[in-house]
Design a binder for this molecule. Structure first.
Ligand SMILES: *Cc1c(COP(=O)(O)O)cnc(C)c1O
Length: 423
């Protein structure tokens, strides 16, 4: 199946007389005839459902669709993108371990790594995604367990060189984890470029309608844990908390990572989505291919309009030939990048604030990647405690407006921007 078809058909094929839409199995528990039947599930000897914190059929159908879209071998849903990135890293890096991560990542992920996971004993080295080979090489340590980056970073809109980082990770015997939230598998499939694990905040384009917070993890199924057995004891030695199972032996390259994340991390942290939320996410996924095309077309038009507008100081959008990531974006995302643009209003912080106030159609929201066009002025909202100097130091310019282009008619979006910029 092509991507557009997978959006509709993958993950669930009803049998004769069954519901066309995925069923919402809103049940915490599942019934068995004998204790022996259930025991086999507890021992991971048979697959099936017994308690929704571990697995739920509705959630699994939606995970299977995302897995097919990314070209993976196994996948799981989580209750948020934060939980997905935490699980993806903590599944292989624990106290005493180390991870190499791109500096250009979502603020919430940066905080998770730099503050919370450090408290748990996991160390991080952050590297500029455009660093030299020597700088990248110097970031690795003997206890490095993974490399992490975002296909298109939120909000910096840097484009990650997946192939280059995959090569570096593999040379050190560790997997590359890529957060593919902004590109979505419609525009980029990191596994095809060498990524091993793909994560998502499904809250963004996948849901696409401001309706549900969620996350997903997909395993590409190619990383050989056994070939690097000493680095990944959690996967390559018996799990005493799970009846002595060795995940990499029992479930192979294709299934070990997700089985371990489900059996250990979901069991212990419990970050599951509700089946109802998975159902709503699935509705979003059905139109993902159509919406991404429109988001990108709209953003391209808007970025070109902004670049020509004298009231605009600068525009950052990887679809613009003037952008420093244009060529790299063309390589990894030939059909388009995403709907998010950042730009500066001439006149700095004050002018940006006035411009935002004058918008009529476009809403102000701390969100992106949604059907509605929305803007955020980081300097007066998420980063308002910082001075102009501090803002610049953390890569947020005082006049920066983050604009997420929705799927409205682009003429209406431009008309609203135009009247507000004129004021
Ligand atoms: C929003 C976002 C996250 C966090 O996801 P939540 O669903 O809000 O927990 C992680 N990564 C990226 C790239 C994001 O945009």
């Amino acid at each position: 199946m092509k991507q557009e078809t997978k959006c509709i058909e993958a993950g669930y094929q009803p049998k004769n007389g069954e519901s066309r839409m995925i069923p919402i199995i809103q049940s915490t528990t599942f019934k068995y005839d004998t204790s022996e039947d259930m025991g086999k599930l507890f021992d991971l000897q048979a697959s099936g459902y017994f308690y929704t914190r571990l697995q739920n059929p509705t959630n699994d159908m939606v995970a299977a669709k995302i897995c097919a879209l990314e070209g993976g071998t196994a996948a799981m849903l989580t209750s948020s993108g934060q939980a997905a990135n935490f699980f993806a890293i903590f599944n292989i890096a624990t106290a005493g371990d180390h991870v190499v991560a791109s500096t250009s990542i979502y603020g919430g992920t940066f905080n998770l790594f730099n503050v919370t996971m450090r408290k748990m004993g996991v160390d991080f080295t952050f590297v500029d995604p455009d660093c030299t080979d020597e700088e990248l090489e110097a970031a690795f340590r003997p206890n490095t367990k993974a490399v992490f980056g975002e296909t298109i970073a939120n909000p910096a809109l840097t484009v990650f060189d997946i192939e280059r980082f995959a090569k570096a990770a593999h040379a050190h015997g560790v997997p590359l984890v890529v957060d593919n939230t902004f590109a979505t598998p419609i525009n980029c499939r990191p596994i095809e470029w060498g990524a091993d694990i793909v994560t998502h905040s499904t809250t963004k384009y996948m849901d696409g309608h401001d309706a549900t917070v969620g996350g997903a993890i997909v395993d590409g199924g190619k990383f050989d844990w056994m070939a690097n057995a000493e680095k990944f004891p959690g996967l390559t030695t018996p799990d005493e908390s799970y009846h002595g199972i060795t995940y990499a032996e029992k479930f192979g390259k294709e299934g070990a990572f997700i089985t371990k994340a489900t059996a250990q991390l979901m069991r212990d942290f419990g970050s599951i989505p509700s089946p109802m939320n998975a159902y709503i996410l699935n509705l979003g996924l059905e139109s993902l291919a159509v919406r991404m095309k429109r988001h990108c077309e709209n953003a391209q038009c808007v970025a070109e309009y902004l670049e020509k507008n004298p009231e605009v100081a600068w525009v950052e959008y990887p679809g613009l030939p003037s952008n420093r990531y244009y060529e790299r974006a063309k390589k990894y995302m030939p059909d388009g990048t995403c709907g998010v643009i950042s730009f500066g209003v001439r006149g700095g912080r004050k002018a940006a604030e006035v411009f935002m106030k004058k918008l009529k159609l476009i809403i102000i929201a701390t969100h992106v990647a949604d059907a509605h066009t929305m803007v955020l002025h980081p300097a007066s909202s998420t980063h308002r405690q910082l001075t102009d100097e501090e803002l610049i130091a953390c890569g947020v310019r005082p006049d920066m407006v983050r604009l997420s282009c929705g799927i409205e008619n682009v003429e209406d979006i431009i008309e609203d921007l135009d009247q507000a910029l004129r004021k």
